[in-house]
Design a protein around this ligand. Sequence first.
Ligand SMILES: Cc1cc2nc3c(=O)[nH]c(=O)nc-3n(C[C@H](O)[C@H](O)[C@H](O)COP(=O)(O)OP(=O)(O)OC[C@H]3O[C@@H](n4cnc5c(N)ncnc54)[C@H](O)[C@@H]3O)c2cc1C
Length: 668
Amino acid sequence: MPIENKNRSAAEDASLAVAEESRQTEWTSKSLMREMFLGNFDVSLCYPYPEQDPQDKKIGDEYCAKVEAWCQKEIDGEEIDRTETIPAHVWRGMKELNLLAIKIPKEYGGLGFSQQNYMRILSVIARYCGAVAATLSAHQSIGVPQPIKLAGTKEQKEKWLPKFAEGWVSAFGLTEESAGSDPATMKTTATEQDDGSWLLNGEKLWCTNSVVADVIVVMAVSGKKTSKSGREFNEISAFILEMDTPGVDILHRCEFMGIKAIENGLIRFTDVKVPAENLIGGRGNGLKLALSTLNDGRLSIPAISADGAKEVLEFSKRWAKSRSQWGRGIGAHEPGADKLSKIASDAYAMAALSDYCAALSGQGKDIRLEAASAKMWNTEKLWTVMDTGLQLRGGRGYEKSSSLEARGENPFPYERALRDSRINRIVEGTTDVMNLFVARECLDFHLSNAAPLFSSKTPVGEKVATVAKCAGIYAPWTIGLFMPSFTKSFGQFHPKLRPFLRKIDAFSKKLAFQTFKNMVLLGPKLETRQLFMSRVVGITVDLSTMALSASRVQTEIDTTGKEDNLETVLYFLRATALKVEQTFRELSDSKNCDAQARSLAKKMLSATEALPDSDTSHLTGYKVEDREYGKDLTSGKIQRRKREIERGFTLPSGMSDEAVEAVEGAAK
Ligand SMILES: Cc1cc2nc3c(=O)[nH]c(=O)nc-3n(C[C@H](O)[C@H](O)[C@H](O)COP(=O)(O)OP(=O)(O)OC[C@H]3O[C@@H](n4cnc5c(N)ncnc54)[C@H](O)[C@@H]3O)c2cc1C
């Protein structure tokens, strides 16, 4: 239950109601981060570190080697970036390797791989081309396969899942011009018809793969709901929609600074008829389904980010070893040593966080907090790691890979990788929005206990009962936060790791108390104190990455007897502990500029004119005419071309006779 806040506007109330309605309320297993936030550092939740099951790893090793060999032969990331197109032979290869059905069970023709192997395969592909990885990820991390796997009926699974093994491409349509991070402002409507079917009307923006997709999952407003507190808000449902349904138009193919070859479009729906059986997860459960899809779905971005950081590390070490200036290797100058250590330790911690989430996801654990944190933390870290590596590379870091290669230099593609990776901090939940999500989940314990106290609608009797209940819960809890953890000696850890584990334990208690104290002092105002909460979240995630890094390195020592990564982890632990101490100081208003920022921004905004509204009325349609896409026809692509013929477009000149015949046959 959210805290009642009289200062909220009606729009804020509606946004909150939609977010709360789609929230998964129950916890199915214990979470390291949630416990950490409540002052309980439970090391058993991360130690021994959960490594991938050896049998599953073997399957992944073999397939990753196969995919890597294919990437080496077929994927030219620089060329794909230059032409902004994924060529037909890459589409063909994806289909032949069944990469459009990695997690789809074997009984439906998919590879039936685990979440871990899925993430590993995408990471291999991302090393060669971010756009190809993004295409595959949009298709199966958030596109049609995952929601059907999670919430589809038997009939839906039997109908749709086999299509992806045949090469069908899918997309996910949530965002609109007015509905970015906030789905409450969604305008696309789904109106139920007498025969149970639905009519879709509206526009979806930035829908990755939509330009070439065969099928898409669309979120639309299907009615109104009233929350327990009497607020009316949009009911959102999810629909499977075949893209060749009359009334679906791609208005524009969007172009970006990176991952330039993604087929990302602005779509318009005009009276599009969707059969009743294409509703997924039941009426009104669309957003909830999208969020539970994202619990696992958003794990591919942190995995790709962790792998990217590892690549930067390997290259940076070799570069620092090769390059000398001012009479010394650049890694021997102190700033160079600092950069190398930061890259190495961050890369280790990123992998520890991402692999932990993957392993827990494989065990069916509740990872919503850890997954969101991994998305937020790893994408922010990758950006810093990449920028640090680029700086160490000097001018060559700024030069295009093709130019470096043409003049005989190692073509490590910093320039492209930096552009490509920038999007990771925005899609599937921006960093700020992930922060809000984690903060909400972290506060859940307190909100579910104490929220009635902050509501003017709570009857006095209930308030008294809540106070009594809270006293029973919080008195022992608060005392526990100030008791030394006699039982936590962390004796199973290397002596050099133990002081840091004790620090994590102490910091975790301090964090829990500080947050609770501020919640009591600020009451409803806490909701708007996002900078305060983002520091609280930042500390929780930092402490968790410290715990995971320590646990992983100890598990490595336990199983191999080797301490190869110990120094890297000790560097990370010390650097992060110092950062956490600084963040604790900034929780106090006298040590931050938050109030000034609020006041300064208010002043700036009151004196500024808003931008004019956007306008899509001039857009009539987009055709994929002259691109290679389409030579590689699968059943889905035939539909796409068929639709183009119906709209009067001519087929691309390069298509084989066979392909033209197939399309024209389908169009008749
Ligand atoms: C390349 C690309 C691919 C994409 N693919 C897809 C796709 O396949 N399907 C799909 O549905 N969407 C897709 N998107 C959309 C993407 O998910 C959105 O861009 C993202 O959700 C953010 O929405 P927005 O850009 O409208 O930003 P806004 O929500 O307008 O946010 C603007 C800024 O305000 C901040 N902000 C917003 N709300 C808050 C808040 N409450 N508190 C603090 N800060 C806040 C944000 O963090 C951000 O910094 C894609 C976008 C791009 C660029």
